[in-house]
Every structure is written in structure tokens, then in C-alpha cells.
Design a protein around this ligand. Structure first.
Ligand SMILES: Nc1ncnc2c1ncn2[C@@H]1O[C@H](COP(=O)(O)OP(=O)(O)OP(=O)(O)O)[C@@H](O)[C@H]1O
Length: 248
């Protein structure tokens, strides 16, 4: 069963060597960080998420809204298990696919073919399952002979196609995305969008902070509004969007 429970979860980042007084003061003012222990301590602690309580069950289509720096990306990383809460609990049940960093686990010195396997294993497949994926990803990514060259010879679009192909080949229970990913020319982008939509329809829990608004309305029914790392509202998408975008 797919389910995510965040129970009074907090995420903090320590920034070391923040010696400059103006930098420290500015950071504290902007992000609510506090100075570390002793007066000689040149550490600033940024509270990226504070006291988050959230329960996502199968069927949840969640949008995260909030200004820059509100904590949306940190929340996705917490939901995917990349970050552990510094306080509180995060209980994640189900297979999570995170389209946040498409090339994580890949090695630019290896060929595209080998990197399909590396990335798939990184995402939780066995070596045998990963090997079986290669023909389908090779066809989807349309890299032709480049597939047998080291990835450092690829353009950024080519690397993106490969990473996107592998990341979307795995059927997740929980799908987390940062934004609608652009993967090349118009024809390929249409093909990629169709693949992504299939994945979004099949995932049991789906969450993203940055999608084009039509997609947000098409796919999400619930929204969480974040401000300075706290949830200030959680409810039906249209209500939250109206509140979040209302003039002060
Ligand atoms: N690795 C990190 N080290 C230190 N501080 C961080 C780190 N990652 C995020 N932060 C801080 O945590 C806070 C929340 O950042 P986050 O990236 O989650 O915001 P966001 O809502 O996704 O912003 P944006 O819309 O601009 O991408 C910000 O103050 C940011 O500076």
C-alpha cells in the first residue's frame, strides 16, 4: 500500500563558515535560521521545513505551492527519502520514483548502454531487471550509435533523454516531480509528455511543485501551501491557489 506520513518532521541545514556578520544576519532574516551554539561558532542553521504533519494516501494528487525558498524542493526530497528529518518522523511505504535528478547514479565515463543499467539499479532494480530494460530505453531515447559512446560525449539534451527514459521506465507507487521536464525538440517532447502522463495516471500518489498550471489543474486535487518552511494551508487545489495568489 502506498502511503506517506510526515509526523512533526523538520529539515535543517547547517551552513558552515558563514563568517560575515551581514551574511549571517541576512540569512537569519530571510530564512529564519538561527546561530549555532557558541559565540565563536560560525554556523548558521537554516530551518528549511518546520513541524510538518502530512498524510498522503493512495489516490492523492498533491501540488506544493509557495514562494521561492518556501521549502517545496526540500519537501519533495523529504517525501522521496533523500533527506531524513532532523526531528520528527517520515514513514514512506511504497516504491518512490523521483524525477528530481534524472542522471543521479550515472557515470559520464561509461557508455549510455551501461548507464541505463547503472541508473536502473540506482532506482532499485536488480541487475537482471535493469539489463532487460536496455532495448526499450535504447529505442525510446533515439540515441543510435551514441549509445555505445561514453556519456561525456553527449549533449545535455541527449543525456536528459537517456536519464528520462530510464527514470520513467519504472512503475512507481509514488511519483515525485519537480517540473514538467523539457527533453529536446518538439517531436521528442510530445513523445516524452505522453510517457510521463501514462506514469502520472498509474502512480498512486503524485506530487509536484512546479508544473504548468493546466497540468496542475488536470492532475492535482489537493494542495499544500508552504511559507518559510511551514504548512500554512492544506486543502482543495482551487481554494489554496485562490488564497495563495490573492493580493495581500
Ligand atoms: N542544501 C542546502 N543547504 C542550505 N540551505 C538549503 C539547502 N537546500 C535548501 N536550502 C534552504 O532551504 C530553504 C528552502 O529551500 P527549497 O529549495 O526547498 O525552496 P523552494 O520552495 O523549492 O524554492 P524555489 O521555488 O526557489 O525552488 C531555502 O531557504 C534554501 O536556501
Amino acid at each position: 500500500m502506498a502511503e506517506i506520513i510526515l509526523d512533526h518532521a523538520c529539515v535543517e541545514f547547517s551552513i558552515y563558515n558563514a563568517r560575515s556578520r551581514s551574511l549571517r544576519n541576512d540569512l537569519m532574516k530571510r530564512v529564519g535560521g538561527h546561530l549555532g551554539g557558541s559565540p565563536k561558532d560560525d554556523r548558521v542553521v537554516v530551518h528549511a521545513l518546520r513541524d510538518i504533519n502530512l498524510h498522503l494516501q493512495a489516490g492523492t494528487r498533491l501540488a506544493l505551492v509557495g514562494h521561492n525558498g518556501a521549502g517545496k524542493s526540500t519537501m519533495l526530497r523529504l517525501l522521496s527519502g533523500v533527506y531524513e528529518p532532523s526531528a520528527g518522523r517520515a514513514v514512506i511505504t511504497g516504491k518512490v520514483s523521483s524525477l528530481l535528478d534524472l542522471s543521479m547514479g550515472m557515470d559520464v565515463e561509461q557508455t549510455g548502454r551501461d548507464n541505463i543499467i547503472l541508473r536502473a539499479v540506482f532506482l532499485g532494480m536488480t541487475f537482471t531487471q535493469a539489463k532487460a530494460l536496455v532495448p526499450e530505453i535504447a529505442e525510446f531515447s533515439e540515441l543510435g550509435p551514441y549509445l555505445d559512446l561514453p556519456m561525456r560525449t553527449y549533449s545535455s539534451g541527449m543525456a536528459m533523454r537517456l536519464g528520462f527514459g530510464v527514470s520513467t521506465a519504472i512503475q512507481p507507487d509514488i511519483l515525485l516531480m519537480d517540473e514538467m521536464i523539457s527533453v529536446g525538440d518538439v517531436r521528442f517532447a510530445a513523445k516524452a509528455k505522453a510517457r510521463l502522463q501514462k506514469l502520472m495516471e498509474q502512480a498512486r500518489i503524485w506530487s509536484s511543485p512546479r508544473t504548468i498550471s493546466e497540468t496542475l489543474r488536470e492532475y492535482c486535487d489537493r494542495a499544500v501551501w508552504l511559507q518559510e518552511g511551514r504548512i500554512v494551508a492544506d486543502g482543495p487545489l482551487e481554494d489554496i491557489l485562490a488564497r495563495a495568489h490573492a493580493p495581500d
